[in-house]
Write a protein that binds this ligand. Structure first.
Ligand code: F6P
Length: 326
């Protein structure tokens, strides 16, 4: 691959608040550094179908405050095949795109990694997912906003939970990670969080019933991370109804509302820094790395690490939640 003159940018997988701020940052930083930018629509799908448009600075005006992604997003089956990736590569060549910036979660970065290896294309990843499950960055774009959305919802649920003296199970997203559930529980003053990271150690539900709900509380809120490992909020509620019929149990599944909304200040700043750093990385001839921020410093993490290594939950937080929910 010769000198990089033009970069392509795409968003892929589940959208996350702050993706637009990242698109803006990548575009503006690229133009500032004399590079051409092309927006690729609908994730890898747009690379396969050739839905590509040149972006000027004004194409990304007034988007920093918007949730979702102006580039749209998709999970593309064709790109999962070699033939699909070959078509994508041919389109890249046709459009004279020399390098890609991919904003998305682990599935999207896995796609970038395979594509980069097969076709020797420089790819830079930005962590964009509400799940916060990418190794090598303190937080991912969208996570903070989703957390704040959860707080808004749980604050409201608490009003009705208290009035009716009920036990609420509130299911939050996160795929197989418990960051939203655990930190959401601490920040909302919930009584417990049921997360996949702790599920093999103890029966979290039983522990909560014994230590939390039974002793002193008339109403309780438990945040449950969606995941096959926890079984989800419905499953836990059914268990409680069977084992403790005296409790008045309700379930709220927050669902996709957690993915929407205007990005928080944290996510806008994170996306802006990561977007600008992606262009620095390209100019430094970096390839096949995800850009992260750890301890306020920009870091480059090889795709293999960002995707494959499990980002650990801070177990201190589990103890803080336990201590504060007496
Ligand atoms: O990865 C982001 C995420 O919102 C997960 O938390 C959730 O499990 C999944 O995407 C939902 O995906 P979809 O929008 O395709 O239903």
């Amino acid at each position: 691959m010769g000198v990089i003159k033009c970069i392509g940018i795409l968003t892929s997988g589940g959208d996350a608040p702050g993706m637009n701020a990242a698109i803006r940052a990548v575009t503006r930083a690229a133009i500032y550094n004399g590079l051409k930018v092309k927006g690729i629509y609908r994730g890898y799908k747009g690379l396969v179908t050739g839905e590509i448009k040149e972006f000027k600075s004004q194409d990304v005006s007034n988007i920093i405050q918007l949730g979702g992604t102006i580039l749209k997003t998709a999970r593309c089956q064709e790109f999962m095949t070699y033939e699909g990736r070959q078509v994508a590569y041919d389109n890249m060549k046709k459009e004279e795109i020399d390098a890609l910036v991919v904003i998305g979660g682990d599935g999207s970065l896995t796609g970038a990694r395979i594509f980069a290896q097969e076709f020797d294309v420089p790819c830079i990843g930005l962590p964009g997912t509400i799940d916060n499950d990418l190794y090598g960055t303190d937080t991912t774009i969208g996570y903070d906003t989703a957390l704040n959305t959860i707080l808004d919802a749980v604050d409201k649920i608490r009003d009705t939970a208290t009035s009716h003296e009920r036990l609420f199970f509130v299911e939050v997203m996160g795929r197989d990670a418990g960051f939203l559930a655990l930190n959401g529980a601490i920040a909302s003053g919930a009584e417990a969080a049921i997360i996949p990271e702790c599920s093999t150690e103890v029966d979290q539900l039983e522990e909560f019933i014994k230590n939390g709900f039974r002793k002193s509380k008339n109403s309780s809120i438990v945040l449950v991370a969606e995941s096959e490992i926890t079984g989800g909020a419905m499953h836990l509620a059914e268990r409680v109804k069977n084992e403790f019929p005296e409790y008045d149990v309700r379930v709220t599944i927050l669902g996709h509302l957690q993915r929407g909304g205007s990005p928080s200040a944290h996510d806008r700043i994170l996306a802006s820094r990561l977007g600008a750093a992606s262009i620095d990385a390209i100019m430094e001839d970096q390839r096949n790395v995800m850009i992260g921020i750890e301890h306020d410093q920009i870091v480059y993490i090889p795709f293999s690490k960002a995707i494959k290594k499990d980002k650990p939950i801070n177990k201190d937080l589990v103890n803080v939640l336990k201590e504060l929910s007496i």
